[in-house]
Design a protein around this ligand. Structure first.
Ligand SMILES: [Zn+2]
Length: 129
């Protein structure tokens, strides 16, 4: 069975809120898409991010764009806090230049950085003022 992709407006709303509340100004929310997949063969992946790389942008004359894919079988079982940390992790892979490429884990996407941003997110939640 091939992997199947579904719309994920709930994930998109969360991602937009995280971008906004963490002031990730280098990320254009309208160019970040979200989907939910079922049937992935990878056993441990909770989510992943895909980028529209420069070759596609230039040859098809399209802007850079990213898709955050959550793997339903794992993401949907997580507690809300871990879902949010997962989305923060994926957003951290988007580089400052927002050009369709990625930042590596080392130095950019670490547990420590995710925890720090999650704490900041809790502080910036409306109602927590
Ligand atoms: Zn990662």
């Amino acid at each position: 069975m091939p992997i199947k992709y579904y719309e994920a407006p709930d994930v998109k709303r969360r991602v937009d809120r995280i971008i906004h509340q963490l002031d990730l100004a280098h990320i254009s929310p309208q160019l970040v898409y979200c989907c939910r997949s079922r049937g992935s063969k990878s056993r441990y992946v909770v989510a992943r991010i895909h980028g529209r790389r420069r070759i596609w942008q230039e040859v098809l004359n399209l802007p850079p764009a990213y898709v955050i894919e959550v793997i339903s079988e794992r993401y949907d079982r997580l507690a809300e806090v871990d879902q949010e940390k997962t989305l923060i992790h994926e957003l951290l892979h988007i580089p400052r230049g927002f050009a369709g490429g990625f930042r590596p884990h080392k130095g950019y996407v670490t547990r420590e950085i995710v925890e720090r941003l999650y704490t900041k997110l809790q502080r910036n939640k409306p109602g927590n003022l």
